[in-house]
Design a protein around this ligand. Structure first.
Ligand code: SF4
Ligand code: SF4
Length: 150
Protein backbone atom coordinates (compact mmCIF):
# COMPACT_ATOMS: atom_id res chain seq x y z
CA UNK A 1 0.00 0.00 0.00
CA UNK A 2 2.86 2.33 0.88
CA UNK A 3 4.36 1.88 -2.57
CA UNK A 4 1.06 2.82 -4.27
CA UNK A 5 0.69 5.87 -1.98
CA UNK A 6 4.26 6.99 -2.83
CA UNK A 7 3.61 6.59 -6.57
CA UNK A 8 0.37 8.63 -6.39
CA UNK A 9 2.10 11.32 -4.27
CA UNK A 10 5.01 11.48 -6.71
CA UNK A 11 2.64 11.74 -9.71
CA UNK A 12 0.66 14.56 -8.07
CA UNK A 13 3.87 16.38 -7.20
CA UNK A 14 5.08 15.97 -10.80
CA UNK A 15 1.81 17.35 -12.19
CA UNK A 16 1.94 20.35 -9.83
CA UNK A 17 5.51 21.04 -10.91
CA UNK A 18 4.63 20.69 -14.58
CA UNK A 19 1.69 23.06 -14.02
CA UNK A 20 4.03 25.74 -12.69
CA UNK A 21 6.40 25.22 -15.63
CA UNK A 22 3.62 25.35 -18.25
CA UNK A 23 2.11 28.48 -16.62
CA UNK A 24 5.49 30.23 -16.75
CA UNK A 25 6.02 29.04 -20.33
CA UNK A 26 2.82 30.64 -21.63
CA UNK A 27 3.02 33.81 -19.47
CA UNK A 28 4.31 37.02 -21.13
CA UNK A 29 8.09 37.49 -20.91
CA UNK A 30 9.14 39.89 -18.18
CA UNK A 31 12.87 39.89 -18.82
CA UNK A 32 14.83 41.45 -21.69
CA UNK A 33 18.07 40.40 -23.37
CA UNK A 34 20.14 43.24 -21.90
CA UNK A 35 22.26 44.86 -23.32
CA UNK A 36 20.92 43.93 -26.77
CA UNK A 37 17.44 44.91 -25.59
CA UNK A 38 16.58 47.63 -23.10
CA UNK A 39 13.42 48.66 -21.33
CA UNK A 40 11.97 52.12 -21.88
CA UNK A 41 12.88 54.41 -19.02
CA UNK A 42 10.23 56.17 -16.94
CA UNK A 43 10.01 59.90 -17.79
CA UNK A 44 10.53 60.60 -14.08
CA UNK A 45 13.83 58.71 -13.96
CA UNK A 46 16.75 60.82 -12.73
CA UNK A 47 20.06 60.16 -14.38
CA UNK A 48 22.82 62.76 -14.35
CA UNK A 49 21.77 66.29 -15.18
CA UNK A 50 22.03 67.48 -18.77
CA UNK A 51 21.90 70.82 -20.52
CA UNK A 52 18.73 71.60 -22.42
CA UNK A 53 18.77 72.96 -25.97
CA UNK A 54 17.51 76.43 -26.78
CA UNK A 55 14.31 76.12 -28.85
CA UNK A 56 15.32 78.98 -31.15
CA UNK A 57 18.82 77.66 -31.69
CA UNK A 58 18.94 73.91 -30.94
CA UNK A 59 22.73 73.81 -31.39
CA UNK A 60 23.05 76.02 -28.34
CA UNK A 61 22.06 75.33 -24.74
CA UNK A 62 19.72 77.56 -22.77
CA UNK A 63 22.37 78.13 -20.08
CA UNK A 64 23.28 81.78 -19.50
CA UNK A 65 26.14 80.96 -17.09
CA UNK A 66 24.53 82.69 -14.10
CA UNK A 67 26.11 80.22 -11.66
CA UNK A 68 22.91 79.75 -9.66
CA UNK A 69 23.04 75.94 -9.91
CA UNK A 70 26.68 75.88 -8.79
CA UNK A 71 25.93 78.07 -5.75
CA UNK A 72 22.82 76.11 -4.73
CA UNK A 73 24.13 72.56 -5.09
CA UNK A 74 24.16 71.15 -1.52
CA UNK A 75 26.95 68.69 -2.24
CA UNK A 76 29.12 71.01 -4.32
CA UNK A 77 28.92 68.59 -7.22
CA UNK A 78 28.94 71.30 -9.86
CA UNK A 79 32.63 72.01 -10.08
CA UNK A 80 32.81 74.57 -12.84
CA UNK A 81 30.49 76.65 -15.00
CA UNK A 82 32.40 78.74 -17.53
CA UNK A 83 31.15 80.75 -20.45
CA UNK A 84 31.84 83.54 -22.86
CA UNK A 85 29.90 86.40 -24.37
CA UNK A 86 29.89 86.05 -28.13
CA UNK A 87 29.66 89.04 -30.41
CA UNK A 88 26.09 90.00 -31.19
CA UNK A 89 24.61 87.88 -28.41
CA UNK A 90 22.85 89.31 -25.38
CA UNK A 91 23.68 86.49 -22.97
CA UNK A 92 26.70 84.35 -22.25
CA UNK A 93 27.16 80.94 -23.85
CA UNK A 94 28.33 78.11 -21.64
CA UNK A 95 31.68 76.64 -22.72
CA UNK A 96 32.39 74.25 -19.84
CA UNK A 97 30.11 72.71 -17.22
CA UNK A 98 31.72 70.13 -14.96
CA UNK A 99 29.50 67.86 -12.89
CA UNK A 100 31.00 65.48 -10.36
CA UNK A 101 28.43 62.74 -10.59
CA UNK A 102 30.08 60.71 -7.79
CA UNK A 103 28.70 63.09 -5.18
CA UNK A 104 25.48 64.18 -6.91
CA UNK A 105 22.41 62.96 -5.03
CA UNK A 106 20.05 63.83 -7.93
CA UNK A 107 18.19 66.07 -5.49
CA UNK A 108 17.01 68.32 -8.31
CA UNK A 109 17.81 71.66 -6.67
CA UNK A 110 19.92 72.77 -9.64
CA UNK A 111 17.13 71.82 -12.05
CA UNK A 112 14.50 73.64 -10.00
CA UNK A 113 16.47 76.81 -9.34
CA UNK A 114 17.82 77.39 -12.84
CA UNK A 115 16.13 80.65 -13.90
CA UNK A 116 15.98 79.67 -17.58
CA UNK A 117 15.17 75.94 -17.29
CA UNK A 118 18.50 75.02 -18.81
CA UNK A 119 18.88 71.80 -16.82
CA UNK A 120 17.00 68.51 -16.86
CA UNK A 121 17.68 64.94 -15.79
CA UNK A 122 19.00 62.58 -18.43
CA UNK A 123 17.74 59.02 -18.81
CA UNK A 124 21.29 57.67 -18.76
CA UNK A 125 20.70 54.71 -16.43
CA UNK A 126 23.86 52.69 -16.93
CA UNK A 127 26.95 54.88 -16.63
CA UNK A 128 30.07 52.81 -16.11
CA UNK A 129 33.73 53.53 -15.55
CA UNK A 130 36.91 52.28 -13.97
CA UNK A 131 38.02 55.45 -12.23
CA UNK A 132 36.32 58.14 -10.16
CA UNK A 133 37.27 60.67 -12.83
CA UNK A 134 35.15 58.76 -15.36
CA UNK A 135 32.12 60.22 -13.58
CA UNK A 136 33.22 63.82 -13.92
CA UNK A 137 31.07 64.94 -16.82
CA UNK A 138 31.44 68.01 -18.98
CA UNK A 139 27.80 68.66 -19.75
CA UNK A 140 28.71 70.93 -22.69
CA UNK A 141 30.59 68.07 -24.38
CA UNK A 142 27.74 65.71 -23.49
CA UNK A 143 25.27 68.16 -25.06
CA UNK A 144 27.33 68.42 -28.26
CA UNK A 145 27.63 64.62 -28.50
CA UNK A 146 23.89 64.25 -27.98
CA UNK A 147 23.14 66.84 -30.69
CA UNK A 148 25.38 65.04 -33.19
CA UNK A 149 23.63 61.73 -32.56
CA UNK A 150 20.12 63.18 -33.01
S1 SF4 B 1 20.95 67.28 -8.60
FE1 SF4 B 1 21.39 68.16 -6.57
S2 SF4 B 1 23.33 67.24 -5.95
FE2 SF4 B 1 23.12 66.89 -8.17
S3 SF4 B 1 24.18 68.62 -9.13
FE3 SF4 B 1 22.01 69.21 -8.93
S4 SF4 B 1 21.88 70.30 -6.98
FE4 SF4 B 1 23.80 69.19 -6.98
S1 SF4 C 1 21.44 77.94 -13.15
FE1 SF4 C 1 20.92 77.42 -15.25
S2 SF4 C 1 21.55 79.18 -16.46
FE2 SF4 C 1 22.53 79.37 -14.47
S3 SF4 C 1 24.55 78.41 -14.77
FE3 SF4 C 1 23.19 76.83 -13.99
S4 SF4 C 1 22.39 75.82 -15.82
FE4 SF4 C 1 23.27 77.76 -16.48
Amino acid sequence: MKVVRDIVKGAVSLLVGMGVTIKAFVSPTVTVQYPRQTLSISPKFRGHTKLVADEKNPDKTRCIVCGMCERNCPSHSIKKVEGEKKEGEKTKTVTEYILNFTTCSQCGICVETCPVDALAFSSDYNPAGYRREDFYYDLVKEFEKRRKSE
